[in-house]
Ligand binder design. Sequence first.
Ligand code: DGL
Length: 297
Amino acid sequence: MPVIGVFDSGFGGLTVLRALLPLIPNAHYIYLGDTARLPYGAKSQATIARYAVESARFLADQGCDHLVIACNTATALALPEIKAAVAIPVIGVIEPVVAAAHAALLRATPTPTQDPSSQPSSAPVSTNRPPDHDLPTPQILVLATNATVQSHAYFQASQNHHLHATEKATPLLVPLIEEGWTNHPVTRQVLSIYLAEALGTCTPQAILLGCTHYPLIASEIESTLRKLNSSATIIDSAQATAAAVAQQVAQANPPSTPHRPATFLCYATDSTEKFRRLGSTFLGQPIPSVNLLDLGG
Ligand code: DGL
């Protein structure tokens, strides 16, 4: 049975674990939320890399065979350092979500010789289709923390997939979500301001949720977009990452029978009671117990 480590600065990575549990059963998951040092999104590259490497080493020492960096900020600023620090395969959230956006936009874009009505929507799509220089570069908007935006990791990954990314820092959203204000007028107002600002500078076909907290307010983001007359598709990093992890795990571990539901164990570096209470919302199911972990300052 594969053991899969899932790391985030806090609770948001539980949205990735939530997507992983049904997708890769017959696996044991060890989740670490570095809640004592959250938020990473307002910290420097050196600090984020130090925190993320300590957490990754802990998970590797627990016997994990695969490591998922379910944190956009740690992926954007510390993926090379994390990969160098552990001897197991590491997957971050940025590449899978940008690849998913590329695939979704290709599906939505007819080729110049193709009449959209002649192609069934379930037709297989090659994600390796070269850029078509007659077509404008598809535009995407990435919502993320300050640190992720300043790293331009999404801009670079998007360029590799022939997409043009506008990156918008939305730092107030993490504290609002942590407060449980996922369906709250203040969150809607903050979203309206951020999205109106961003849509004043670009007309995206897709919006990437570049922070693992944001799937919790995906429906609020969608309704705010529609109010602002944007028809952009929302690409969820949790689903995209889980699909990429499933592919990697399937290559390394042939499917085993009988089918057993996935199991998981959680560690947090701050209040286990708060992790259990808030984390259950992110995971979509109760978290029976949480272990307290001291990773130092
Ligand atoms: N988990 C972080 C991310 O996905 C958001 C929370 C933080 O700033 O630590 O970017």
